[in-house]
Ligand binder design. Sequence first.
Ligand SMILES: Cc1ncc(COP(=O)(O)O)c(C=O)c1O
Length: 407
Amino acid sequence: MSNLVFNEGYQETNYIFEQGKDDHIKINGKNYIDLSNCAGSIVLGHNSTFFKKKIKSYLNNNYSNFAHPNIHAINFSKNIKKIFPLFSKVIFCNSGTEAVIKSLRISRALNKKKYVASVVGSWHGSVDQLLFKTDKNFKKIPLSSGISKNDEKNLFFIPYNDISLSKKILDKKKNQINCIIIEPVQACLPIDDPGNYLKFLESYCKQNNIVLIFDEIITGVRSYKFSIQNNYKIKPDITTTGKIFGGGLPIGIIGISEKVKKKITKKNSKIFFGGTFSGNSLSTYIGNETLKYLMENNKIISTLNKKSKYFQDNLNNFIEQHKLDLKIYRYASILRIVYTKNNLKNRIQRDFFESKNSIKIKKFKNYLFKNKIYYPSSGIIFFSDKTSYQNINRVIKYIKNGFKKFF
Ligand SMILES: Cc1ncc(COP(=O)(O)O)c(C=O)c1O
């Protein structure tokens, strides 16, 4: 099929998705088990009965879309606050990327300091100010052309999960740091206890009057206690979230703390947030209905965690038995196959060990695809409520065969 669409980042291969139902997607008319579920945003499975019912009710009630503030956004914000009790204001956006861009804007409005500190391995979407990776000496390497030199100059990186080195780097610019932004559990290496590092960042920010931004775009709902900040009792100044909150539709959300709200009011800062579709009633209605459903049926999230643990334990036992140089990482229901058994602290180490395996990894992905399993190019595995144990077992079987064949 000829393809006029650019979607760099999600487009490592040339196959095009056609349909999705429950835990399957269709490519060229054939069913594949989907290990992505729209990059973790579809928690109830593709085209669930619930989703279809709510879309019908949206249409039957003539809810329509308005650029003006609407009742669905207001209702949704009240339920979002139940998940994120620290939010004193909620700002709706159309994507996670937009939420991160605007959260940096809010942060800049709070203090005049120039640096943004980002954490190696955190992914924040298509955001100019953050679209860099680093080499092992933290030298910045742009991930895209077209990024301004100013954005590059104002950014520096600290290593995830390494308190002493992060402190050393931060201390050098201590009085000029506007904010630290972090994906608190990184999907590139979902370690199961990031608490100490996150607490260090929280206290460092407090001591030095730095804004702490938590990017919970994946971990909002998809975490123990529905968020990382709840689980580790951390109080970020600004939070971004999205994905699951859209109930399968586009969304981005920013929540600001009471302290930030007061600062904005006191300074009488004018910060621009609006947009034609910000808080649009389709995403906020479906998002709110989905969130209510997930809160009423909290077994859905705990079952997702159980399924993910089953997958992880089964494969890690196999890896151990066969003495393979691999390991499955997991935080709640965020799963990742890592192509080394070394106990890793962060992405810098992951990339170092994985780089020697890149050809094998490619062959392994192709092998799964030939066996009707879609393993996402991001490498992040997300199950949905509809991913059956039968299909998880099928995936496990082919992954084990692939491990033996290629590693
Ligand atoms: C942690 C995190 N932040 C931000 C984003 C960007 O969100 P979006 O793709 O909705 O723009 C993503 C997307 O995967 C993400 O995982």
